[in-house]
Design a protein around this ligand. Structure first.
Ligand code: GLU
Length: 439
């Protein structure tokens, strides 16, 4: 059974970057009939808030990404403490007493000698007496995981075979001086305990993965599958992080971005599929494949969200917009392809159904149009033969023919196709407007 998790830290609201992690996990879960866990990584007690946690749930609800299970790391500290005890007993978690300043100095010395700035494990050489003396001085240890210092290999579902030699890494700190768990251990313990089958996350976690695989193994837990997708960059190739402030989900919702525009973009960006809107998550789930995700960073153009939102508007069936659109289904189908926003629909209904001041335009065209207006019902098919006849009578073509008609008939210089509006304007009103009357 596939089981994935989306694991944001409630230290802020979600932005497009987090949304991508959420969507890819959700799509994979739904494609495989698996389940999607929302896990709040709130080990950082100082920065995590209940308001952000609620905000994240609201952001996910806006996207329609429902979760099947929920966990909060702050509820699970005893489980992490028990795992830490097991690692200590196995000799894989050791106390270290260096201050940040001492570590900085040591790294500077290593660099000066042309050595990689890897933690030298000085703490492992401390005798019991030395440790007791340090603690008597009032130092409390932080705790480091002792890496194997050997190649860790996995077949990444996006990147293919990956090998990272943990001899090139510092032993990661799992527990701080103040006893707080950093992200690394709780994440592994939860992934194991909550039976996560696939960890799908950004490639900024690839190095963590090597250390985390060693922790899974040290705890005797099954190692999940991993899929690391490339980062998203700004349109000009810079890091997206600077823009994330304006790419928060709450802001996008406030700008009337369609949540399916964001879902579609995040599902397709950086993949071999074209970035096209999909109306449902089910369609996106059916099209999801790790093999479609490219290895190069994707570039995000926020304008695409607007473009996709407009395209989705043009695809909306009437029942989804009925509350906001007067004039009934036929009118909606006549105008939707030309709308920039849903709000414009009511204005077009007024333009065809309520008196308006026609805009002055070439009188010869308008006079011919009034004289040649077919009798009887003005269906969509009336427009073509009528305007052809007006063209023949006046010698006007293209813009010189169509713009005067549009100005007189709608009071505007742009909008939905005239052949579709004409039936709603009707004969009487059309004749009056062509004659320059308010009608
Ligand atoms: N809270 C972590 C983050 O947001 C989760 C990373 C992961 O998926 O393991 O980076």
């Amino acid at each position: 059974m596939t089981r994935v998790r989306f694991a944001p830290s409630p230290t802020g609201r979600l932005h497009v970057g987090n949304a991508r992690a959420a969507i890819l996990n959700w799509l994979f879960a739904h494609q495989t009939g698996g389940s999607f866990l929302l896990r709040l990584d709130d080990t950082d007690r100082a920065r995590s808030t209940v308001e952000f946690a609620q905000g994240i749930e609201a952001d996910l609800a806006w996207l329609g990404l429902t979760h099947d299970a929920f966990a909060r790391q702050s509820d699970r500290f005893p489980i992490y403490a028990a795992a830490a005890e097991r690692l200590k007993a196995a000799g894989r978690l050791y106390p270290a007493y260096e201050t940040p300043e001492e570590l900085d100095r040591r790294r500077a010395r290593q660099r000066a000698r042309g050595l990689p700035p890897i933690y030298d494990r000085a703490a492992l050489k401390l005798t019991g007496d030395e440790r007791a003396r340090l603690e008597a001085e009032g130092r409390t240890p932080h705790w480091r995981f002792k890496l194997n210092g050997a190649p860790v290999r996995w077949t990444d579902l996006i990147r293919g075979p990956v090998e990272i030699d943990t001899a090139t890494l510092s032993d990661p700190v799992l527990i701080r001086e103040d006893g707080a768990f950093l992200y690394t251990l709780p994440s592994v313990v939860d992934d194991a305990d909550l039976a996560i089958s696939h960890v799908i996350r950004g490639e900024d976690h690839v190095v963590n993965t090597a250390a985390q695989i060693e922790i899974f193994q040290a705890l005797g837990a099954a190692v999940p599958e991993f899929a690391h997708y490339p980062m998203i960059l700004d349109v000009d190739g810079g890091p997206l992080s600077k823009r994330l402030g304006s790419l928060g989900l709450a802001d996008l919702a406030g700008q009337d971005i369609d949540p399916m525009a964001l879902n579609s973009l995040m599902a397709k960006i950086g993949t071999s599929d074209p970035v096209e809107p999909r109306r449902t998550l089910a369609e996106l789930a059916a099209e999801f494949a790790f093999s479609k995700i490219g290895h190069a960073p994707a570039r995000l153009d926020p304008e695409d969200l607007r473009r996709l939102t407009v395209k989705l508007l043009h695809m909306k069936p009437y029942d989804e917009v009925a509350a906001a659109v007067p004039g009934g289904e036929a009118f909606w189908l006549a105008i939707r392809d030309n709308l920039e926003s849903l709000d414009d629909a009511a204005g077009w209904w007024r333009a065809v159904s309520e008196p308006l001041e026609p805009l002055a335009a070439d009188p010869a065209v308008l006079a011919a149009a009034a004289a040649l207006l077919p009798s009887g019902d003005l269906g969509e098919a009336a427009w073509g033969p009528w305007t052809k006849a007006v063209s023949a009578a006046t010698g006007k073509k293209g813009r010189e023919l169509f713009l005067p008609l549009r100005l007189a008939l709608t009071g505007r210089d742009h909008g939905p196709e005239m052949k579709k509006l004409l039936p709603f304007i009707g004969r009487e009103r059309a004749l009056a407007r062509l004659g320059g009357q308010r009608a």
